[in-house]
Write a protein that binds this ligand. Structure first.
Ligand SMILES: [Ca+2]
Ligand SMILES: [Ca+2]
Length: 278
């Protein structure tokens, strides 16, 4: 019964197709400044470096900044986030230094319509720390449309000052075209456990952000850093003081119906195989 075997094989391949399209389980531990990222874009004396073996993080440096602001960013180029399938992306951000008075620094995970992300940032999930006499640390989920803040308004979350590392996570649910932000206030310590901050639809429907995304669009990702010495401060960030690490992207857990299709196809395959042997 070759036909039964063929039927099972076809069913198996059809059931696997969503996974083949997904191909989104990738990560970067910054053991090297790998080809996963497009060239860095920096202003002022900002620069990225991958620090010494043993630490292996993406450090942001400011080259001895005085009374100015530097920025830097790198866009992920390994793959893109699907509009039609679930995915999530997360990254650990660390501020491991004492800020001078009036100094402010930030790390951001940008998520946007890939068609626009290179010139028009849309979703900005940001971790910032400012010293205005009193240290202030915030986590913000800010949605933009064409460069302007969009509803919902940016909610802020006070960052747990006991930890120098916070993990930000962007989560996309395809069924509702919803993009959400969550955070783990102490990163990988105790395992990852995320608290949601904010959520918005990206499909332009009522209550959506008007990003105008359709099934042919996909999401792009960017890591961005900034540091400002402020009016009186000076700054000289060195390696391992302000860094990102453990960028990880993963596809959604398959729907129950997908599992059913896979197991059904496997049963057909097995039946077909047994008959061929017999
Ligand atoms: Ca690492
Ligand atoms: Ca944790």
């Amino acid at each position: 019964m070759k036909s039964l075997f063929r039927l099972g094989l076809i069913g198996f391949l059809v059931a696997l197709a969503p996974f083949a399209r997904g191909q989104f389980s990738v990560s970067d531990d910054f053991s090297t400044l790998s080809g996963n990222w497009f060239n860095e874009i920096t202003t002022g004396t900002g620069a990225f470096s991958v620090s010494v073996p043993g630490t292996e993080v993406l450090s942001y440096l400011d080259g001895g900044l005085t009374s100015a602001t530097t920025t830097g960013s790198r866009d992920w180029k390994n793959n893109t986030g699907s509009y039609t399938q679930n995915w999530q992306v997360q990254v650990d951000f660390t501020f491991n230094f004492t800020q001078a008075n009036s100094q402010s620094s930030s790390w951001s995970l940008y998520v946007g319509n890939l068609a626009d992300i290179t010139d028009n940032i849309q979703g900005m999930f940001q971790l910032s720390t400012t010293n205005l006499g009193v240290a202030s640390r915030n986590i913000v989920g800010l949605y933009n449309t064409n460069g302007s803040p969009a509803s919902p308004p940016a909610p802020e979350q006070i960052w747990d000052v006991a930890s120098s590392t916070v993990t930000l996570q962007a989560i996309y649910i395809a069924a509702t075209h919803t993009l959400s932000l969550a955070y783990d206030p102490n990163g990988s310590v105790g395992g990852y456990s995320f608290t949601p901050i904010t959520s918005a639809a990206v499909d332009g429907s009522v209550g959506g952000l008007g990003w105008g995304m359709t099934n042919s669009d996909s999401f792009g990702f960017r890591l961005a850093a900034s540091n400002s010495a402020g009016s009186t401060g000076t700054s000289s960030l060195t390696a391992d003081q302000m860094f990102a690490d453990n960028f990880a992207a993963s596809s959604a857990i398959p729907e129950p119906s997908t599992y059913a299709a896979i197991f059904g196809a496997l049963a057909l395959l097995a039946a077909g195989w047994r008959r061929r042997q017999g």
